[in-house]
Design a protein around this ligand. Structure first.
Ligand SMILES: [Zn+2]
Length: 225
């Protein structure tokens, strides 16, 4: 099979490895509202599938060998000269290295400006009655604690499949998601990366269509024929 040659603004040309969806070396369905984490080795591809559509998947990336190096939304945006994540986006670390590259994207737009929901933010935005609700920041805390990290290691994240248009005045809008059932995004790991996901439980704005649903993660290894 011939690899697809892909280009995007701010990216270099590269060939996306061809993958066979039947040959994943790892597969896990993250239930609605739940977290997940796992290591994707250099050269492997992480696929995240929005099974039912309109689900926000809050995601963090760390250098698996030294988690003090982690995803930097600011450097990623600066490097590509644009705020949205899609095919061709290089995920840049706080050390200026490439953690991974988005090599396929059937949705077309992902956010990395709006951050993750928290109990505190919910209270400020939606009222004190939402204080008890489970939030992405709690999911992240649960998951990073498995890897000897704490609150201070949670940084601004990517919201895969979340639709956050930036308005002409610079404000962020959270509007209905554009992802369809089965939409997916593929990230080719440029180093061994630890991936931490919160399958967003938010029900107070349209980021999940007011109905959090399960998503699936797959890992492919193109070096295995
Ligand atoms: Zn959330």
């Amino acid at each position: 099979m011939v690899a697809n040659v892909i280009s995007a603004p701010g990216s270099v040309f590269f060939a996306a490895p061809a993958i066979d969806a039947q040959k994943a070396v790892y597969e896990f369905t993250i239930p609605a509202n739940k977290p997940w984490s796992g290591v994707v080795e250099k050269g492997q591809i992480l696929r995240i599938i929005d099974i039912e559509g309109q689900q926000a998947v809050d995601t963090l990336f760390y250098n698996a060998l030294d988690t003090s190096e982690r995803y930097s939304a600011q450097d990623t945006i600066l490097t590509q000269g644009g705020p949205y994540v899609t095919t061709g986006t290089r995920l840049i670390s706080n050390a200026g290295n490439v953690l991974g590259v988005v090599v396929a994207d059937s949705c077309g737009r992902h956010d990395t400006s709006a951050g993750a929901c928290s109990c505190e933010a919910n209270t400020a935005r939606f009222g004190h009655h939402t204080r008890y609700m489970h939030a992405c920041r709690e999911n992240f805390l649960i998951e990073v604690s498995k890897h000897d990290m704490t609150k201070r290691d949670i940084v601004p994240n990517i919201n895969f499949f979340m639709n956050v248009p930036i308005e002409p005045d610079g404000s962020l809008a959270i509007v209905d998601g554009v992802s369809k059932p089965g939409d997916y995004v593929d990230i080719l790991a440029s180093m061994d990366i630890l991936v931490v996901i919160s399958n967003c439980p938010q029900v107070n704005n349209p980021c999940n269509g007011f109905n959090p649903t399960a998503v699936k993660v797959l890992i492919f290894d193109p070096s295995i024929a």
